[in-house]
Design a protein around this ligand. Structure first.
Ligand SMILES: Cc1cc2nc3c(=O)[nH]c(=O)nc-3n(C[C@H](O)[C@H](O)[C@H](O)COP(=O)(O)O)c2cc1C
Length: 442
C-alpha cells in the first residue's frame, strides 16, 4: 500500500521508511503499527506552542477588534469579562489572540480600539490577562500600527497618518464622527522607520509586562507592515524599504527581529494575509516569492507560529491564487490557519496535516463556548454585525450577552441566539452598523 506522510513541519517529518520497518516485528512494531493505523490528529488534541505554553486543543480565537475601549484607549472591565467568557480551554479557546492593539498613538485608525503604550492601558490589559489566566487560558497581544488606514482626527496633533506611500487608501477610518475616508498619508522617510520598529519592540515588552503569554505581530490586512510589503501600495523610489522584494520586506523583518529579540521567538507569532485583495488595492504582484523569502529570512528567529489568513479576510477563500502548502515548506514552526473555517473544515485541516491550529473569528463572537459546541455538534449562535463595533453605554449588547450551551437557554433556541438589543442600543449603534460593513477586515 502506498504511504504518504501528512505534511509535518521540517524537523518533525515522519520518515517514510520508519513505519513499514516497524510494522515487521515485535511488540514495539505492533505499537508503532497502531500509531501508524491511527495517525490522525484531531481538533481536540493538545499542542506545544513554543514558549507560549501547552495548548489544550487546536481551537484558537482570532483577533477581533470590538471598539469597546475607554477614553485613552484603555481596556475595560467589560473587555475582561468578554475575554474570560471565551478563555476556558475546555469549552472555548485554547489560545486567544487579542484584538489588534496600537503600539503608539500614531498607530491608531479606529476610535475606541485599545493601545498598549500607556501605563493605564497596561493596567487595563493586566485585568484581562489575569481574567484569562484565572480560567486556565492563554492570550497573546496582537501588535498593530494601522499606517495609512487612519484619519487625521485620530492622530496626535491632527497630523496626517504615515505610510510607505503618500497615496490615500480607498478605505474608511472609524472616527468620532463615524466612518470617513482615510486621510492622505505622509510617506515615511527611511530614517523615521527604525524608531517605529522600536515601538513594536516596546509594545512587545509592554505586552509581557501586562501579563500576555506572547505577542502576534499584525502583518496582515493592509496595515502598516502590509503597506510596505505590497508593491501595489509601496511606491518608494530609491528607498531601502521599497522596490525589490528585499526592500519591501525589510520593515517586516526588522520588526520581527526586534520583537523576537525582546521577548523571544518562542513567544512571537506573525499574522499575514498573502492573497487578500483589499478595497482599491491589489495583492503583491509577486506575492508567492515575497512571502516565501520573508519566511526563509525569519527562520533563524524560531517563531512560535505563523498565522495565515487564506484568501480575502472575511471573504472568498480563493479570491486570488496562492499556494499555501508551498509557503508552508518555508516555515518550520506551528501553522495556524484562518478564514471561513467551519468545524468540519477545521477537523479535516488538522487531521490532514494542512494546519496545526485553526483560528475562528466570527464564530467566537456569538459562541463563547465554541469548542464545547463543536464537541457536542450543537448549533452555533449567529453574530449580530450591528454590534461588532460599539462603545459606550450599550457596549455589552452583542458582546458579553451571547448565551452558552450550558446556560438555561433551551438548545433549540440557540440557533437563533441573537444578543439582547434594546431600542436605545439600536439607535446608538447606527454608525457602528455602517462601520461593520466597511471595516470587517481588521
Ligand atoms: C468584528 C471583526 C473584527 C476583526 N478584527 C481584527 C483584528 O483586530 N485583527 C485582525 O488581524 N483581524 C481582525 N478581523 C479578521 C478576523 O480575525 C478573521 O480573520 C476574519 O473574521 C475571518 O475569520 P472567520 O471566518 O473565522 O470569522 C476582524 C474580523 C471581524 C469580523
Amino acid at each position: 500500500m502506498a504511504w504518504s506522510a501528512p505534511y509535518q513541519p521540517a524537523g518533525t517529518v515522519r520518515q517514510p521508511d520508519a513505519v513499514p520497518r516497524a510494522l515487521r516485528s515485535g511488540v514495539a512494531g505492533r505499537a508503532a503499527a497502531l500509531r501508524y493505523a491511527c495517525p490522525m490528529t484531531t481538533l481536540f488534541d493538545p499542542l506545544r506552542l513554543g514558549d507560549i505554553g501547552e495548548l489544550a486543543t487546536r481551537v484558537v480565537m482570532a483577533p477581533l477588534t470590538r471598539n469597546r475601549a475607554a477614553p485613552g484607549n484603555v481596556p475595560t472591565l467589560l473587555m475582561a469579562e468578554y475575554y474570560a467568557q471565551r478563555a476556558d480551554p475546555a469549552s472555548g479557546a485554547a489560545l486567544i489572540v487579542s484584538e489588534a492593539t496600537q503600539v503608539c498613538p500614531e498607530g491608531r485608525g479606529y476610535r475606541d480600539a485599545p493601545g498598549i503604550h500607556s501605563a493605564e492601558q497596561l493596567a487595563g490589559w493586566r485585568r484581562i490577562t489575569d481574567a484569562v489566566h484565572a480560567r486556565g487560558g492563554r492570550i497573546v497581544a496582537q501588535l498593530w500600527h494601522v499606517g495609512r488606514i487612519s484619519h487625521f482626527s485620530l492622530q496626535p496633533g491632527g497630523a496626517p497618518p504615515v505610510s510607505s506611500t503618500a497615496r490615500a487608501a480607498s478605505r474608511k477610518a472609524f472616527t468620532d464622527e463615524g466612518l470617513v475616508p482615510c486621510s492622505p498619508p505622509r510617506a515615511l522617510r527611511d530614517e523615521e522607520i527604525p524608531p517605529i520598529v522600536a515601538l513594536y519592540r516596546q509594545g512587545a515588552l509592554n505586552a509581557l509586562d501586562a501579563g500576555f503569554d506572547g505577542v502576534e505581530v499584525h502583518g496582515a490586512n493592509g496595515y502598516l507592515i502590509d503597506q510596505f510589503l505590497r508593491d501595489s501600495i509601496n511606491d518608494r523610489v530609491g528607498s531601502a524599504y521599497g522596490g525589490s522584494i528585499e526592500g519591501r520586506m525589510r520593515l517586516l523583518l526588522e520588526v520581527m527581529r526586534a520583537v523576537a529579540g525582546a521577548v523571544g521567538g518562542g513567544r512571537t507569532g506573525l499574522r499575514i494575509s498573502p492573497a487578500n485583495p483589499l478595497p482599491g488595492d491589489a495583492p503583491d504582484s509577486e506575492a508567492q516569492p515575497l512571502f516565501e523569502r520573508a519566511l526563509d529570512a525569519l527562520a533563524p528567529l524560531g517563531l512560535a507560529y505563523l498565522h495565515v489568513i487564506e484568501g480575502q479576510t472575511g471573504g472568498p477563500r480563493d479570491a486570488w491564487p496562492f499556494d499555501y502548502s508551498a509557503l508552508r515548506r518555508h516555515f518550520a514552526g506551528v501553522w495556524m490557519v484562518n478564514n471561513g473555517y467551519t468545524h468540519e473544515m477545521a477537523e479535516a485541516a488538522v487531521a490532514g496535516g494542512s494546519a496545526d491550529l485553526v483560528a475562528f473569528g466570527k464564530p467566537f463572537i456569538a459562541n463563547p463556548d465554541l469548542a464545547a459546541r463543536f464537541r457536542a455538534r450543537a448549533v452555533l449562535g449567529v453574530p449580530d454585525s450591528k454590534t461588532y463595533y460599539v462603545s459606550g453605554a450599550t457596549a455589552a449588547a452583542g458582546y458579553t450577552d451571547y448565551p452558552r450551551l450550558d446556560s438555561a437557554v433551551p438548545a433549540e433556541t440557540l440557533a437563533k441566539a441573537a444578543p439582547t438589543t434594546s431600542a436605545s442600543s439600536a439607535t446608538s449603534t447606527t454608525s457602528a452598523t455602517t462601520a461593520a460593513s466597511a471595516t470587517a477586515a481588521r
